[in-house]
Ligand binder design. Structure first.
Ligand SMILES: [Zn+2]
Length: 331
């Protein structure tokens, strides 16, 4: 009887260690991602592929310009086979960590690189005193750039995991078709605002690509980075512009600091209002919320702009796979 029990326990232990080994072997590709947008894109492209783990470092509402890696981030990065980041110095405080990983032979990839290579980035932006003449990192706000990023990331995943190349390509293609629908809807929806009124005033200059994609003029209080706070002169100058142009509403961002929010209240002064809700700029909403995906984030911003300017929101086309906007639309 005793021998039997020992045998059962030994078998159980063997089985459990076997299961453990199988689980470890099952994760062939351990990917760490930085921003919420990069995490979302990586999850979408790896859907249906087993053995891929995706760990995102930054959560909802996190400002990537000033984000510093935590101890658990460092251990996640140390265990990664591949690290995907946004790039163009968006994650400025992570660049040393990324360099160190690269030096150790860890595969790192900037999701912005196909956009940069195609020459679709805007230059001359100032992120901080140390970084001048670097490109504006907010490339994702043009859905056409995000399509390029998706294609590039699918190709990168195929290089890392050739056996599933077809799935990555198919996922990218299906996603790109959805981005087409989102872009057309957004253009049509925003076109109800008369051209002379299309001014998007935000707390930091994250919307240049958005302005280019959708035909809006944009101005941010801070530059394309958030490391340096706006001065009283910056506030006064933007407030003067808002008043002179008769701009009815200005916006704060979900990832903005409280001082940036206060500064925008000063910009608005008595003349302009503050948007009905903050815009998503550098971070998406909470996971599983409507704004918790790239597509939901962009749709939310468009809805927020229209509602803040006092216009009706065009319904989504039937083929656009975006559910859960009812709460935003108040219906
Ligand atoms: Zn930014």
């Amino acid at each position: 009887m005793k021998h039997y029990l020992v045998l059962v326990l030994a078998l159980a232990a063997l089985l459990m260690s076997g299961i453990g080994m199988a689980a470890a072997q099952d994760t062939r590709l351990n990917i760490v991602t930085t921003t919420t947008q990069v995490t979302d894109l990586t999850q979408i492209l790896t859907e249906g592929v087993s053995g891929v783990a995706v760990t995102g470092l930054m959560g909802a509402g996190v400002d990537p310009h000033v984000y510093q890696p935590t101890a658990s981030d460092v251990s996640a990065l140390n265990a990664a086979n591949a690290v995907f980041y946004s790039g163009l110095f968006l994650e400025g405080e992570l660049s040393d960590t990324l360099d160190a990983l690269e030096a150790r032979g860890v595969f790192t990839y900037a999701v912005s690189s196909p956009v940069d290579e195609a020459g679709f980035t805007f230059g001359g932006a100032t992120l901080s005193a140390e970084l001048t003449d670097v490109d504006d990192p907010h490339f994702w706000f043009d859905p056409r750039n995000w399509q390029l990023a998706a294609e590039g990331l699918a190709e990168t995943l195929a290089q890392l995991d050739p056996a599933n190349a077809a799935t990555y390509a198919a996922n990218a293609q299906a996603y790109s078709a959805q981005l087409d629908l989102l872009y057309s809807w957004g253009q049509e929806a925003l076109a109800v605002v008369p051209e002379a009124q299309r001014y998007l005033i935000t707390s930091h200059d994250a919307f240049q690509y958005f302005g280019d994609a959708f035909g809006w003029q944009v101005r941010g209080l801070q530059g394309t980075g958030t490391l340096t706070e706006a001065s009283a002169a910056d506030i006064q100058s933007l407030a003067g512009f808002v008043a002179a142009q008769g701009i009815p509403v200005v916006f704060v961002e979900s990832s903005a600091s409280s001082s940036a929010v206060q500064a925008m209240q000063q910009v608005a002064g008595g003349a302009a209002g503050i948007g009905v809700r903050p815009l998503y700029a550098d971070a998406m909403g909470e996971p599983n919320s409507f704004g918790g995906s790239y597509m939901g984030m962009l749709a939310t911003d468009i809805i927020t702009i229209l509602q803040s300017f006092g216009y009706d929101v065009l319904p989504f086309p039937a083929d656009l796979d975006l559910q859960g906007a009812q709460a935003l639309l108040g219906s």
